[in-house]
Design a protein around this ligand. Sequence first.
Ligand code: H79
Length: 478
Amino acid sequence: MNETMTTWSRNRDGTLRRQVSRALTITVLCVLAVAGCRQEGAGSSILGGPGGKRTLSKDERMEWWREARFGMFIHWGLYAIPAGEWNGKRIPGIGEWIMERADIPVSEYEPLAKQFNPVKFDADEWVRIAKNAGMKYIVITSKHHDGFCLWDSKVSEYDIMDATPFKRDVLGELSRACKRHGVKLCFYHSIMDWHHPDAQAPFYPNYNDRDRTNPNFASYVENYMKPQLKELIDNYGPLGVLWFDGEWIGDWTEPQGKDLYNYVLGLQPNIIINNRVGKGRKGMEGLSKSEEYAGDFGTPEQQIPAKGLPGVDWESCMTMNDTWGYKSYDHNWKSAEDLIRKLADIASKGGNFLLNVGPTAEGLIPGPSVERLAAMGEWMKVNGESIYGTTASPLGQVPWGRCTAKPGKLYLHVFDWPADGRLEVSGLEHEVKKAYLLADKTRTRLLLTLEGRNKIVLTLPAEAPDRTNSVVVLEIED
Ligand code: H79
C-alpha cells in the first residue's frame, strides 16, 4: 500500500503549500527531474497559489533580480576569529579557507566556536549599510566550506546556537531586519563540508582533494544538507536566492545538481538558484557551459566578463580587498572610484554586482568597507536610475566609459570627461530626441549635433558633475 497523505498549509506570503508524505514527494521529484530543470517559458514549478497548479516562468522568477543589479555578499563565520593567522603565522590566501590552507584538523578548528561571541553584531545596521549603498539584496553564508552554521540547525550542533556563547539566531535577526528595510535575503550554502564526517572531513589534510570521494556522501546529502536547506527556506524565507558553492568536489554530479535544483524549487517555487548547484560552471569565469546544466544564472568570481552578454543572466561576485572572510592584515582595498566604475561596467554588460564584506569576529563590517559603500550610495542616489533595471549596452564598447539601456533611454556613463566638451556617440540605431545630465534635476537640454546617420556629438559643460562617472541620459525613439 502506498500510504500518502496530502495536507495544505499557508506559506508566509499567503500562498498555499501542499505537504505530502515521503512516497508522494519522491514521485513529484521524479516527475520534475524527468521534465528537466531548465524550463524557460514553460515554468519551473508545479506548486503555487490558491486554486491549484500555477507555474512560474524563469522570467517571472528573475524579474526582481534583473531589476536589482546590485547586492551585498557577506562572508561571516568562525574564520573571522583567526582572521588570517594560525599559530602566530600569517596564512596566505583567502581568509575563509584557513582551515584548509593551514591544515587545521577538525578537532582544532571546531573549538573556535567557543570563542565566537560577536556582541557588536547589529542586523539592522548591516542591512542599513547595504541599503544606503543602493544594494537590493544580501547573500550571507548560512554555511561555508568549514561547515559552521549561522542558524540553529536541528540536524547539527555545530551552529551559532548550540556551539557558541553568543546564542543568538543571526539569520533570524537578519531575516527580520531585511523584511523591515525591504531588502531581499539570500543564502550562500556550501555543498562541500570540511566538518561533516560523511562529506570531506575525512580528507584532512587535503579537504579540497577533488580526486577523493566519501562512500557516505549520499547520506550527508539526504540527511543533512537537504534538511538544512528546508530549515532555511521554511524558517527564514521566502528567500531571494540560494547561492551554492563547492560543487567541484569529486562526489558531486550534474544529476545530483538537477535533483537539488528541483528540490529547492519544490520548497519555494519563486526562488532563484545559481549555476554552482550543478557542474556546468566554466571555472572562475563562472558562466555555464550550456543550457543543459542546472542553474538560473552564471557566477563569474573576482572578474567581469570582457564583453556584454545580452540575454544571459550572470552576476560577478567580488571582494573589496583580497579576501572574502575577514583578515586583519589585508589592507589592499579597491578604491570607491574603481568600485563605482565596476558597477557601471557590469551593468553595461547585462550583469549584477555582488560585492563582498567580511565582518569581524566582533560583528562589525570593517570601516574601509563601510566608507566605500557609503561613497557608492552617494553615487547611486543621483545615478541609480542608470543601473537599476537596465540591460546591456546596445552600442558595444565606447571609448569614454560605458553605456546602459532601458526602453526609450540610453545612459552614457562618462568616465573620461572630455576636456574640449565634445562627446562623440557612435553606433546609434534610433533617433535621439533629447540629452541631459542625470545629475541635473532641471533636465536642461544638452546641445546635440548629428554627424552622419548613426553618430551624434554632445556639447558638455566644462565641469563633470561627478569626477568618477557622470551619466548623460539620451531619450531615444523606441
Ligand atoms: O566563498 C568564496 C570563496 O571561498 C569560494 N567562492 C567565493 C564566493 C571559493 N572557493 N574556491 N575558490 C574560491 C577558489 C578555488 C578554486 C578551485 Fe576550482 C576549486 C580550483 C579548483 C577547485 C573551481 C573549480 C575553480 C576551478 C575549478
